[in-house]
Design a protein around this ligand. Structure first.
Ligand code: HEC
Ligand code: HEC
Length: 191
């Protein structure tokens, strides 16, 4: 399984680098997305992720995964099915160029304090960057929606959300249900 995932990631990373993305074309192609993902990709609906300031490579690869049915969601999947590689590249570049608005989520301060310690203990910032802004295929986590974060971490742990190369699935194994809740509150609170 791990071998197949690596091959999948490798092929698409090459595809991603071969296309020169167009931010303005991406803006037009992303018009249908803002109904759920919010103005400029700053989401306010519970369970819907913000896309603003996400690394372009991450957005591209997740869209490919939805289109290829490796990742599934009843709301999201239909929107990825119609996109070409070029569309996904342009959309990724557009959202990467948007500013992340300060999140308005109400977080539990006690949970966030525990979450911060867990984040340090598990070295999450070594991949997601110390400021949690993400890099390449690794997503930005700062200010992300709490419900979304909880669902993804649970899914990455139990395998119901597949990932591109298995690295995040391994990182999630050590997390308990309570750890996930505490981490999500901390991540959502990061500016
Ligand atoms: C009807 C609402 C809806 C619309 C419209 C929609 N999405 Fe989504 N999108 C979602 C939901 C809900 C999720 C979270 C799915 C999950 O829980 O796994 C999601 C997840 C995503 C993700 C994964 C983010 C991450 O960090 O892993 C990307 C990328 C994305 N959407 C891009 C788009 C793009 C681009 C469009 C427009 C072409 C779009 N979405 C339109 C609801 C929507
Ligand atoms: C070895 C590198 C690595 C480490 C360490 C790591 N992650 Fe990740 N993480 C990734 C990658 C790569 C992805 C993208 C997964 C995919 O392809 O779907 C990801 C995805 C995620 C997501 C999904 C976000 C989204 O937008 O969909 C969350 C939440 C997350 N990581 C939280 C954490 C937390 C919390 C820790 C520490 C306990 C952590 N990660 C440690 C590499 C890492």
């Amino acid at each position: 399984m791990r071998g197949v995932s690596c091959l999948f990631a490798g092929a698409w990373l090459v595809a991603a680098q071969a296309i020169a993305a167009d931010v303005e074309a991406g803006r037009a192609k992303a018009e249908v997305c803002v109904a759920c993902h919010g103005l400029n990709g700053n989401a306010v609906l519970p369970g819907v992720p913000s896309l603003a300031a996400q690394p372009a490579m991450h957005t591209f690869l997740q869209l490919v995964q939805f289109r290829e049915k490796r990742r599934r969601d009843p709301q999201m999947s239909p929107f990825a099915e119609k996109l070409t590689d070029r569309d996904m590249q342009d959309i990724g570049a557009y959202f990467a160029a948007q500013k992340a608005a300060p999140s308005s989520f109400v977080v539990d301060a006690n949970k966030a304090a525990i979450g911060r310690k867990l984040l340090e203990a598990h070295h999450c910032g070594s991949c997601h960057m110390p400021d949690l802004s993400g890099q390449n295929q690794i997503p930005r986590l700062a200010g992300q929606n709490v419900e979304y974060l909880v669902k993804q971490m649970r899914g990455l742990k139990d395998g119901s959300r597949r990932d591109i190369d298995g690295t995040m699935a391994s990182a999630a194994q050590a997390l308990s249900v309570q750890d996930i809740d505490n981490l999500a509150h901390y991540l959502a609170s990061v500016k």
